[in-house]
Design a protein around this ligand. Sequence first.
Ligand code: GRF
Length: 217
Amino acid sequence: MNEEQSDTPAIAVLVSGRGSNLDAIFRAIEQGDLHARVALVISSRADAPALDIARQHGADTVVVAPKSYGSRAEAGAAIIAALTAAQVDAIALAGFKPILDASVIEAYPDRILNVHPSLLPAFAGGMAPRPQADALAAGVKLSGCTVHIVTADVDAGPIVAQAAVPVLEDDTVETLSARILVEEHRLLPLTLEWLLSGRLQIEDGRARLAPDTVSAH
Ligand code: GRF
């Protein structure tokens, strides 16, 4: 690690699949919108396309496949060991499928963000594309995405930011998901920047955003 790297906050991104949110994080860093470096990408699958994206950007990668461990706690210990070695300041769950062991959440209190493809608390719980399919089936006219702090209660931590999109008459799961994904790619890097710059405050289970004193000058 050179001197410039050690001054830049380090993040880990946890993935399981396609990796479009990981790609959005790399793009936000390259464009100067997110002041961070991806110190580590952890995948729960060795064949996740997200790993190729990580490698293309020169990020270190680790595979922690749940089936290789005897329990969720053992997988959690492997994740904590990798995060500790990479000295990360914050973590983004970007399509990470396994439920994170409580030990990981306890090791990084209020430092883990997750992006979920619905307007929470509606359609919590399932992995994409289930929330989008459930939104279509329910006939809601607005859907969107939520970035929240990860707590022990799945998809129920303090809401940091949300973006709404219309649900159109002829939407399919694919077209609705694509519209939501555009907003995910905007919100996840933005909220990571808020977290790393110290603007996010969690009080009484609610996330509050302090004024931006840096860009205001
Ligand atoms: C996204 O829809 C995200 O909201 C959900 O999983 C999907 C991940 O997509 N948690 P990608 O791997 O970032 O392309």
